[in-house]
Ligand binder design. Structure first.
Ligand SMILES: [Zn+2]
Length: 96
């Protein structure tokens, strides 16, 4: 069966809408050493997750609810969050 848990990877929670989804349906975020938010599909370290289908909208929600800072347990650069929202709303975020 294709819908068993684990088929798309472990379950993660979107930091925007708090929806729990298989990892394969989400996009991964990371922060660099400067505290700037970025997309990071394979990097090490702490990650946070957004719904792939609505990444821009979910990131807006996360920002408005301080979910970004909370997810990374550190202050995240506001300008980088805004820039990533622009990027997500303008381009394809479906990933591989
Ligand atoms: Zn979401």
């Amino acid at each position: 069966m294709s819908d068993r848990a684990g088929a798309d990877g472990p379950i993660r929670t979107c930091i925007g809408c708090r929806e729990r989804r298989p990892q394969g349906r989400l996009v991964r975020l990371n922060v660099d050493d400067e505290g700037r938010l970025r997309l990071d599909r394979a990097g090490p370290g702490r990650g946070a997750w957004l719904c792939a289908a609505s990444a821009a909208a979910c990131l807006v929600r996360a920002r408005d609810h301080r979910g970004v800072d909370r997810a990374f347990r550190r202050p995240v650069d506001r300008a980088s969050v805004g820039a990533l929202i622009d990027e997500l709303s303008g381009g394809s975020v479906t990933g591989p």
